[in-house]
Write a protein that binds this ligand. Structure first.
Ligand SMILES: [Zn+2]
Length: 491
């Protein structure tokens, strides 16, 4: 058990109550943002200080992450681990005193890696060398056979068309485009080469390829293969797809230069099963003034099967849960309803995200803002802003106006950008979509690989992220998204 609740300190609560009374918007019709009383501004910075103090000294976030990683472990959709994680999250959200906690049913894909994955390159003369390999999510296996064929190295999907059936039929296609190291934002580098993983098999099968091997999406040179989702269109293009570690990719590439036409053998025991029932987990604190408007914080509860899903996305889950916990512990009653949503199946289908948005639409639940944390539990730098045109502009304007309040905590960044797979379907409802943006340099060392374990997460950095989300939710609840050109400009 790791739930560590700070004992309630009556003096502290009294102080916070006082600050809240000072910080509350004037309810006579004039909003706090237009009045911006000096006491309110001071109240904001003191309250934000309190939220960070709580995150850094009393938050259960890291203990929760330990439970999720060490007590439950991998949580791929449709697995026993995912099922356990659902029950665990429901219990923890109930335990902190949410007004309501519920499960939202959703059918999810069910794929299993199976016990066997093996690849080797075969050198002239009969010797062979093992290559570190793992199946890509959703891949078919090799049907109990050893698939052995000559390898062709390519760098772009467009290379396939140029080479054509003549050079690709009956071969294993090896996609070896590395992440671009000159891009400072590693998510941009990832986006720049993930197409070979997500659609390499589908594209190569059209030219008669027998299987694909893809260089892992990581800038680190090591022997850990990184999995990730890939999609087929139909049974005809369903050829085995696997990732090589960056070192194995380098080795294979060099060997191919020396011995063109070199053969590789591949064995995978993975397979797809019928869809399985699962759930999004939702905890809510009911709003005191506008309960039918929502502020959402969230991450995804599912993870890949190779490790513990610590950064991806255990971190985002416990940070989101910790936002509600901090409001409850500090006695901050939000004006709007504050929801923590732990989405199921982000990794290989985003069915939980689609179902959440569908139901929210059906029920007319307006989300003023949704904040997702799914970029790892690293030092927070700021927030990305997305949404429909006008709303996006208002939200960025607001956020930039608040940066002076957030800068003491290392938050200097606010700009337009994609904010998260799970909240993306809420765009149509017109609210602002924000993403917690931490430092990105080490994320892809661990992303979808065996090293994404609790040990890779720094407790303090994780807590700073939770504090950042709580602070922003507090400001959004207090000031809303006012008209452009009229940010509250607090000091
Ligand atoms: Zn993720």
């Amino acid at each position: 058990m790791y739930s560590r609740f700070s004992p309630v300190n009556p003096l502290r609560l009294l102080l916070i109550g006082l600050l809240l009374a000072l910080a509350r918007p004037d309810l006579s019709g004039q909003t706090a943002s237009s009045a911006t009383p000096a006491s309110g501004e001071n109240g904001d910075s003191l309250l934000i200080r309190n939220l960070f103090d709580h995150a850094l000294t009393a938050s259960p976030a890291y203990g929760w992450l330990e439970e999720l990683c060490k007590g439950i472990g991998p949580r791929l959709s449709g697995s026993a681990g995912a099922e356990k994680a659902v029950r665990w999250a429901q219990e923890r959200l109930s335990g902190i005193g949410c007004d309501s906690v519920w499960l939202q049913p959703v059918m999810v894909p069910h794929w299993e890696r199976g016990p066997l994955e093996r690849a080797a390159l075969h050198l002239p003369g009969g010797s062979e060398e093992a290559l570190a390999v793992c199946a890509l999510g959703g891949s078919v296996g090799t049907a109990g056979q050893v698939l052995r064929a000559p390898v062709v190295e390519v760098f772009r999907l467009e290379d396939l068309e140029r080479m054509g059936r003549e050079q690709l039929e009956g071969r294993i296609v090896f996609f070896n485009r590395p992440m671009e190291p000159r891009l400072i934002n590693t998510f941009e580098a990832y986006s720049g080469c993930v197409d070979q993983r997500s659609s390499g098999a589908r594209e190569a099968s059209a030219y008669g390829a027998l299987a694909v091997l893809v260089r892992s999406m990581s800038l680190r040179m090591d022997d850990l293969p990184h999995t990730g989702v890939q999609y087929y269109e139909d049974a005809a293009d369903s050829i085995p797809a696997a990732a090589l570690s960056t070192l194995a990719a380098q080795r294979l590439s060099r060997a191919l230069r020396e011995y063109p036409g070199l053969e590789v053998s591949l064995q995978l025991s993975c397979r797809n099963f019928p869809d399985a029932p699962s759930y999004n987990v939702i905890g809510q604190i009911r709003g005191s003034e506008v309960p039918d408007e929502y502020l959402l914080v969230g991450g995804h509860l599912d993870s890949w099967d190779l490790a513990e899903g610590a950064h991806d996305d255990g971190a985002g889950c416990v940070q989101s849960m910790a936002v509600l916990e901090s409001f409850l512990q500090l006695g901050i009653r939000p004006r709007r309803s504050l929801r923590c949503v732990l989405f199921m199946n982000e990794e290989n289908g985003a069915r939980g995200a689609a179902e959440y948005a569908r139901l929210a639409g059906e029920r007319g639940e307006y989300h003023l803002v949704a904040i997702e944390s799914d970029r790892g539990g690293f030092s927070p730098r700021g927030f990305s802003v997305d949404g429909v045109e006008g709303v996006k502009r208002l939200a960025l304007n607001r956020l930039q106006g608040w940066l002076p309040l957030l800068a003491p905590y290392g938050l200097h960044f606010a700009d337009y950008g994609f904010s998260g797979v799970d909240i993306a379907p809420l765009r149509e409802q017109g609210g602002a979509l924000l993403g917690l943006v931490p430092d990105s340099q080490r994320y892809f060392d661990h992303h979808h690989a065996d090293s994404d374990r609790l040990e890779a997460v720094n407790k303090r950095e994780l807590e700073l992220g939770a504090g950042s989300m709580a602070a922003l939710i507090y400001l959004l609840d207090r000031y809303e998204l006012g008209p452009a050109g009229d940010p509250p400009s607090p000091r």
